[in-house]
Ligand binder design. Structure first.
Ligand SMILES: NC(=O)c1ccc[n+]([C@@H]2O[C@H](COP(=O)([O-])OP(=O)(O)OC[C@H]3O[C@@H](n4cnc5c(N)ncnc54)[C@H](O)[C@@H]3O)[C@@H](O)[C@H]2O)c1
Length: 358
């Protein structure tokens, strides 16, 4: 066996809140090519409690100090959506690579500025739409690109469940909280429409773009009844194919997520599971060339760890970026804003040129 040490990306995680405790800290510790070097949170009690569990090399309550540490190669920005761009931008300015939680930002202009800054820096920025690292979805992407020829149409749905918290409470570690946690002013989550678009449609839109490419125009409808919301969005893709996206918050049944893609020489059907099961999507890819269905097992369903490994591979080895890059993050936010503009106008909306916020 070789005793040559594998180079590891030294990661500083900004934010010791829910998503870091449930996903990123363990992902950094388990990743074959990364180490959890630092955790930073302004809430010292939370920081210390989380550090006891995850044992980083060091901790910071001050983000600028973490960025000034030359041992930090890259930062995971795992804080409220409203802070993403400002903190990702600081990291890039400090010469650190960035994995920023989804959505990349909360308005188009700030995402454009960050995308330009990243482009000029030569650093890697990846957006945390981790479904791209679900082996089943990655296989579907490859199959669509290589096997099925032209795409005719697609449907994708992302329907949260009214039973979400029973499931997540059973699966996640006990989440520590602190009264000292830094939060954006007001209560952005109180506006359910914008919160659901930013927080949840960001996954749906990214998956649709990952599978079928750029969304050039869309028309959205929204119905709200008994406290539930259903967005139906008709999309046109750059290759002339059409799509239907369904975001429903929340269905009175189990979590329901998946997609169909119909192509010239084959089709793909996929079912994804509540993310905290860490279970690879069930994907069936049919090819007209041999009349067979292919279905990957995807035994390794830890898409948060796989996301960190992909990020580190790009930075350490120059591997092609498999995760969403800044352009994808910007396009996703533009698409989310276009959904809202279409609802406002009742018209089909071109996505290019859309500015503003959801
Ligand atoms: N990928 C997914 O499926 C997924 C799932 C859940 C949440 N998220 C995203 O993760 C992000 C974080 O969500 P959360 O629920 O963990 O948030 P949270 O509010 O629970 O935690 C954020 C933590 O960051 C700290 N913080 C914020 N700004 C800071 C600063 N400048 N310096 C030091 N500490 C700072 C806060 O004190 C807080 O403890 C959100 O953008 C959310 O959309 C993604």
């Amino acid at each position: 066996m070789s005793d040559v040490a594998v180079p590891k990306l030294r990661i500083g995680v900004l934010g010791a809140g829910a998503i870091s405790q449930a996903a990123h800290l363990e992902a950094c510790r388990k990743a074959r090519n990364a180490t959890l070097y630092a955790i930073c949170d302004a809430a010292e009690d939370l920081l210390q409690a989380v550090a006891v569990v995850h044992q980083p090399c060091t901790t910071f309550t001050d983000y600028d100090q973490m960025l000034a540490d030359p041992n930090v190669d890259a930062v995971i920005v795992a804080i409220a959506d409203q802070f993403h761009v400002a903190m990702a931008s600081k990291a890039i300015a400090a010469g650190k690579h960035v994995l920023v939680e989804k959505p990349m930002g909360v308005n188009v202009e700030e995402c454009e500025a960050l995308t330009a800054q990243v482009g000029a820096s030569g650093l890697t920025l990846q957006v945390g739409t981790m479904r791209r690292f679900d082996e089943g979805i990655a296989y579907a992407h490859e199959f669509i690109t290589e096997e099925i020829g032209e795409v005719l149409s697609m449907r994708a749905w992302y329907c949260d469940s009214t039973h979400r918290y029973a499931i997540t409470d059973a699966l996640q570690p006990l989440i520590r909280t602190s009264g000292g946690a830094v939060r954006p002013p007001g209560d952005p989550k109180a506006n359910r429409r914008s919160y659901y678009l930013l927080g949840h449609a960001s996954h749906l839109v990214d998956t649709a773009r990952f599978l079928c490419g750029e969304i050039v125009s869309l028309r959205a409808e929204l119905v709200e009844k008994f406290g539930a919301f259903s967005w139906f969005i008709s999309t046109r893709f750059a290759d002339g194919s059409i799509g239907h996206l369904d975001l429903t918050m929340s269905v009175r049944m189990d979590w329901f997520e998946g997609f169909h893609v119909y192509g010239e020489r084959g089709s793909v059907v996929a079912r994804s599971f509540q993310p905290w099961y860490l279970r690879t999507s069930e994907v069936e890819c049919f090819s007209e060339s041999d009349g067979l269905y292919r279905r990957p097992l995807g035994a390794d369903g830890h898409f948060w760890r796989r996301q960190v490994e992909g990020f580190a591979d790009t930075i350490l080895n120059g591997a092609p970026q498999r995760g969403a890059d800044a352009h994808d993050g910007l396009a996703a936010v533009r698409t989310l804003v276009a959904i809202q503009r279409s609802l406002d106008s009742g018209e089909e909306v071109e996505v290019a040129g859309i500015v503003g916020a959801v």
